[in-house]
Design a protein around this ligand. Structure first.
Ligand SMILES: [Cu+2]
Length: 67
């Protein structure tokens, strides 16, 4: 099952690109569908939710929820 991350602070296409770029640095992600305000992420095995949160927050956005 993919994990849906709700993200605050995203407002435009540049934010989408910034989040995509941040997620590219997280190992184990097989697919990431990013749009303004959310990212739906599939992983090869168990997704490292904390690593995803850290990557998104390092890029300057806030993770509101992950489920
Ligand atoms: Cu933006």
């Amino acid at each position: 099952m993919p994990t849906t991350f709700k993200i605050s602070g995203m407002s435009c296409g540049h934010c989408v690109m910034a989040v995509k770029k941040a997620l590219a640095g997280v190992p184990g992600i097989s697919e990431a569908k990013v749009e303004i305000g959310s990212a739906v992420i599939s992983a090869e095995g168990a997704l490292n939710v904390e690593a995803v949160k850290a990557a998104i927050e390092d890029a300057g956005y806030d993770v509101v929820s992950a489920q």
